[in-house]
Design a protein around this ligand. Structure first.
Ligand code: NAD
Ligand code: IMJ
Length: 270
């Protein structure tokens, strides 16, 4: 390491017992690169018992394999576009766990053809799908989870700067993230009286399944690292540890917030 490179402090944070006895459901693990998996590991290391959901049978095997490293996980199917599947997931969680303390929403989808070319070419159906999967699903999951959060709770979603600024090719996903971030505020307003907090983490670009194959992604990674105050990109573990903070009592006074984990990129003007 040269003197110009800045070593990441706390590369292996002590997760302690911040979430001992807490039960947290994580939506959005697809593989070992998923941000949801890094979050799961941070929460699990802090003592949380985990519910993992998977979208389809193709993903089930990968998720079950990853879950072997967890302590007594509950693993359930859930395609968030299907109301009956959401209902079934939470009735099974109620049956197995009784209550819930946290919910992680790390889900986004738009048709591939919407994530290239002109934003003005966005189709009605492409808009509907992106907003349904990536934004409405948070509202549906929060509504189903809230009755199980008898002792209060923490709901955390994942967003991206493309919901606030124009980022090449992000297109309709930017509109979906804007709706998601605003939903975080309205849900925080709604659920605060039950001591349920709702926050979003706005992560910098990370190479996951949802980022691979996006044209210009490598260029964007370099652009971000060159300009960010910390002069680097972030990794999924740093997002995981921020989710741990948001699920723990350390953040008990924080709700309706968009917390940037992007090496500071979003503050830079030039
Ligand atoms: P990922 O592909 O690993 O995760 C996306 C997940 O969404 C997958 O597990 C997929 O199965 C799930 N999903 C899609 N449609 C679904 C449906 N109908 N029902 C249930 N699940 C569904 O990629 P990721 O980068 O870990 O993405 C997680 C979250 O992080 C997303 O909200 C994404 O927008 C956000 N995010 C990612 C980055 C990045 O650069 N990777 C940056 C900021 C925010
Ligand atoms: C996604 C598209 C365009 C630009 C992008 C991204 N940039 C970043 C992402 C700059 C960082 C990743 N991201 C933040 C996402 O939210 C990705 C969502 C996504 C990705 C895909 C790829 C495969 C597909 N549909 C998708 N839907 C949503 O078919």
């Amino acid at each position: 390491m040269t003197s110009l490179q800045i070593e990441k402090p706390l590369a292996s944070a002590d997760h302690g017992h911040l979430l001992k006895g807490k039960k947290i459901a994580v939506f959005g693990v697809a593989n070992k690169w998923s941000i949801a998996w890094a979050i799961t590991q941070s929460l699990s290391k802090a003592g949380a018992q985990i519910v993992l959901t998977y979208i389809d049978e193709r993903t089930e095997e990968k998720v079950r394999d990853l879950a072997k490293t967890l302590h007594h996980p509950l693993i359930l199917p859930c395609d968030v576009t299907q109301d009956d599947q959401i209902e079934t997931v939470f009735s099974k969680i109620k049956h197995e766990f009784g209550t819930l303390d946290g919910l992680i929403h790390a889900i986004a989808f738009a048709r591939k053809e919407e994530l290239e070319g002109h934003f003005s070419s966005t189709t009605r159906e492409g808009f509907r799908i992106a907003l349904d999967v990536s934004a409405y699903s948070l509202i549906a999951l929060a509504r189903a989870a809230a009755p199980l959060m008898e002792n209060g709770g923490s709901i955390v979603t994942l967003t991206y700067l493309g919901g606030k600024r124009v980022i090449p090719n992000y297109n309709v996903m930017g509109v979906a993230k804007a709706a998601l971030e605003c939903s975080v505020k309205y849900l925080a307003g709604d659920l605060g009286e039950k001591n349920i907090r709702v926050n979003a983490i706005s992560a910098g670009p990370i190479t996951t399944l949802a980022a691979r194959g996006i044209s210009g992604f490598q260029q964007l990674l370099k652009h971000n690292a060159d300009r960010a105050p910390l002069r680097r990109n972030v990794d999924a573990e740093e997002v995981g540890d921020t989710a741990l903070y948001l699920c723990s009592p350390l953040s008990r006074g924080v709700t309706g917030e968009i917390l940037y984990v992007d090496a500071g990129y979003h503050i830079v003007g030039m």
